[in-house]
Design a binder for this molecule. Structure first.
Ligand code: SF4
Length: 181
């Protein structure tokens, strides 16, 4: 049997929802419609490390992009992505195709087309008078999350072109994977 020679790179939590911030989640373990679509099309799957879990652990709060937009978190992202870049280079050099890097739209780290942004989401949590007021400051801006931003830059530095695909988990049942993948 011939290998498919086609690979997709996935944000960690698409196949392990347990890595997400504590609280309600849209799926229990694996985002099945996306993962099944990849399996049916014989893609090999590379799972990215989760940058937030490996920086803050499981007791982290939900953050916004502005909080991660600092040299420490960006450096952390680069360290995680370095071995992935090496894998990508090796696959491409040997006639394998990396079809997509698939991220989580809305995430401050893994968003592709949009990520959640707020300039006021910071400070001593016990001194915050109204969480509702803070929540109203959050917007979903057309910028990638910090992890994906660094990934895009690192690929550019290596002159590698791979398409990024942002998935909005809320709309997962409305995607036409026959057209997308
Ligand atoms: S940082 Fe990325 S991989 Fe980790 S839980 Fe958030 S969206 Fe998923």
């Amino acid at each position: 049997m011939e290998k498919s020679r086609n690979i997709c790179i996935l944000a960690h939590c698409f196949i392990n929802a347990n890595s997400k911030v504590e609280g309600p989640c849209r799926y229990k373990g694996v985002l099945k419609p996306l993962t099944y679509a990849l399996i049916e099309r014989d893609y090999g799957i590379i799972q990215l490390p989760c940058p937030e879990l490996t920086f803050y652990g499981m007791r982290r709060w939900g953050h916004v992009r502005n909080q991660f937009d600092n040299p420490y978190f960006r450096n952390h992202c680069r360290k995680l992505l370095n071995p992935i870049i090496l894998q990508i280079k090796e696959y491409i050099a040997n006639d394998y195709k990396i079809k997509y890097i698939i991220g989580v739209n809305g995430s401050p780290s893994c968003g592709i087309d949009v990520s959640c942004v707020s300039n006021t989401w910071k400070g001593e949590i016990t001194k915050i008078e109204s969480i509702d007021t803070l929540k109203r400051d959050i917007t979903y801006d057309k910028v990638p999350g910090i992890y994906m931003d660094e990934f895009m830059k690192m690929l550019k530095e290596e002159n590698i072109e791979i398409d990024f695909l942002g998935i909005n988990e809320k709309d997962i049942d409305n995607y036409d994977f026959d057209k997308l993948l």
